[in-house]
Design a protein around this ligand. Structure first.
Ligand code: SI3
Length: 294
């Protein structure tokens, strides 16, 4: 468990215009995250990779490319969750055989599953996959809220080692940390990294770390050392960047910045039904890139 701590890229995946994976671009992003952002790991198959728009074979292809490009350089977590639990199990086994350090699974969504059903989903995955699992909780996208006692029940399952907590509920975060000191908690909102570290999370996983890695690492390290004023100054600049990115469109802006940073000629397209960036968005992305990243 200790080994998994740290800052992770929620890996962004560039697509070609026809929706296939831009493999060369993806490899370049991975190299950028490892060599230039110097993050501790990659979270592959998450929201930022537009994973929930993909078929199973494409998800496997992305797991393959990420492992092949990374080797053992940094930690790898495979997000395998899906309302189709059989697919989640197959992907979990697949990523484990590839050598992923852990798997993660989003809470099952779309139907209004009871907590009993949610717990059974995690039991089915962990019974069938020989790897540690991190629950991926992101109520803003799934609508699935998990309370303190329910987290306790999930943490009792063998191989459930922690949670990726993408929520702004700091009361719940503080309660979780106090009650489950042995479980891993990863913060999921980059704009709240500092308060999350103050609440003693073990790490963080985020989309903007792909581009804003150095500042994020500084916040993480300074906050752990208790240098809150210094960390806050960097969080303030970071949040100017994140506000601008969110206002212009999260994925279009990050895709544009990463295309520039990796020197890729081919445009990094979105996967349908996500819309492609407009000219105005690209122009604004260039301004944001120049102001905060270049
Ligand atoms: O699975 C993933 O790609 C993530 O880790 C998502 C991550 O938590 C992001 N959340 C969402 C809803 O996109 C954040 O990194 C987020 O983009 C960032 O904090 C800006 O709001």
């Amino acid at each position: 468990r200790e080994d998994l701590k740290g800052l992770y890229s929620a890996l962004l995946v560039p697509y070609n215009e026809d929706g296939s994976v831009n493999e060369e671009g993806l490899r370049k992003i991975i190299r950028h995250v490892i060599d230039k952002m110097e993050l501790d790991g990659l979270y592959v198959g998450g929201s930022t990779g537009e994973n929930f728009l993909l078929d199973k074979e494409t998800k496997k292809q992305i797991f393959d490319i990420a492992k092949d490009e990374t080797g053992d350089a940094v930690k790898l977590i495979a997000q395998v969750g899906s309302p189709n639990v059989y697919e989640a199990i197959e992907l979990g086994q697949y990523a484990t055989e590839l050598g992923y350090d852990a798997i993660s699974a989003v809470t099952p969504f779309y139907y209004k599953f009871s907590f009993k059903e949610v717990k059974q989903y995690y039991k089915d995955i962990t019974d069938a996959v020989d790897n540690d699992l991190i629950v991926y909780s992101i109520p803003v996208l799934t609508g699935v809220e998990i309370g303190l006692d329910d987290f306790g029940e999930l943490f009792e399952l063998d191989r459930v080692v922690g949670v990726k907590f993408t929520a702004a509920d700091f009361f719940l975060l503080e309660r979780l940390r106090k009650k489950f000191p042995e479980h891993l908690i990863f913060s999921g909102f980059d704009e709240m990294l500092l308060p999350a570290v103050v609440n003693k999370v073990d790490g963080a996983i985020g989309s903007t770390y792909n581009a804003n890695g150095p500042r994020s690492k500084q916040i993480f390290e300074l906050a752990k050392e208790g240098k809150i004023e210094e960390a806050l100054e960097i969080q303030n600049v970071t949040n100017d960047f994140i506000s601008a990115v969110l206002e212009n469109g999260l994925y279009p802006t990050l895709k544009y910045i990463l295309q520039q940073e990796t020197g890729s000629e081919e445009r990094f397209y979105a996967r349908k039904p996500m819309a492609q960036s407009t000219d105005a968005q690209l122009e604004r992305a260039q301004e944001i890139y120049e102001k905060y990243i270049k």
